[in-house]
Design a protein around this ligand. Sequence first.
Ligand SMILES: Nc1ncnc2c1ncn2[C@@H]1O[C@H](COP(=O)(O)OP(=O)(O)OP(=O)(O)O)[C@@H](O)[C@H]1O
Ligand SMILES: [Mg+2]
Length: 248
Amino acid sequence: MLLEVENLSVSYDTATIINDVSIKVSEKEFVGLVGPNGAGKTTLLRAITGLVKWEKDNKQGQRQGRIKFEGTVKFSGEELSRMPAHEIVKRGLIHCPERRRLFSEMTVYDNLLAGAYLADKKKFNRLLQEIYHLFPVLKTRAKQIAGTLSGGEQQMLAIGRSLMLEPKLLCIDEPSIGLAPITKRNLFERIAGIAASGIAVLLVEQDVVTTFSMSARNYILSHGRLVSEGSSQELLKDEGIRKSYLGL
Ligand SMILES: Nc1ncnc2c1ncn2[C@@H]1O[C@H](COP(=O)(O)OP(=O)(O)OP(=O)(O)O)[C@@H](O)[C@H]1O
Ligand SMILES: [Mg+2]
C-alpha cells in the first residue's frame, strides 16, 4: 500500500474538522475524494502531506491556531505524522494546493525551476522536457509572468511545478475550479495522462462526474467524516448517495 491513513482526526481549538478518517491509496491508483464545501477535504490533504502541524510543533508561529492531530499516516510503510513537510516531499508525497499558489511575479520557467529544488541540473532539464511535453503551453509561455496566465494555464503550471518533485502520489486539490468547460476537459485529460504514466493520484474535485469517470475508487467526506467509499459505479448507483452528496 502506498498511502495508508488510519483514524486521522484534526481539530482546531475546539472544532473537530477531520473526524476518525481512514483512507488508502495503492501504487498507481487513481482515487477521488469528494464532498460538499467545508467538508474538510483540503484539511485532510494538508494533514496527510504534513502541512497541518502537530500541536506541540506549533507553539511559536501559531498561524493555524491550536491544532490537535491524532491517528497515523503511512507512506510506503513509513510513519509520516511527525515528519516535517519537506521530508515528506522527498518521499514523493506531493500536494498541489487549492487556488494554485504560484509565485505570481515570477516567470513560468522560474516557477518550474523553483519547484525543482530537489533536482540537479540534469534531472531538472529532463523533467522540464517531460512537463513541456505534457503541457506544451508552458513551453510557449515559459518567459511569461505566471500571474498573467489564464486560469487554466495557471493550473497547468501548478501541476507542472508539482511534477518537478517526481511524485509517487500526487494529491491535487480542486484543479478545475473556475475553469471554462473546454479548459476543464483539457486539464482532466492531462491529469488522466499523469495517472497513466504510473503516478498515483488523489483528486479532490467538485466535478464528481468527471472525477468518477477517471477514478478507480472514491471517498465521500461530509462534516469531517467519511460517509461512503467505493468504486465510481457503486457510488453512482446509490440513489441516496447521489442525492445527498453528489448533487446528481
Ligand atoms: N486553519 C484553520 N483554522 C480553523 N479552522 C479551519 C482552518 N482551516 C480550515 N478550517 C475549517 O475547517 C473546515 C473544513 O475546511 P476545508 O478547507 O478543509 O474544507 P473543504 O472540504 O476543502 O472545502 P472547500 O470545498 O470549500 O474547499 C471549514 O469549516 C474551515 O473553516
Ligand atoms: Mg478545499
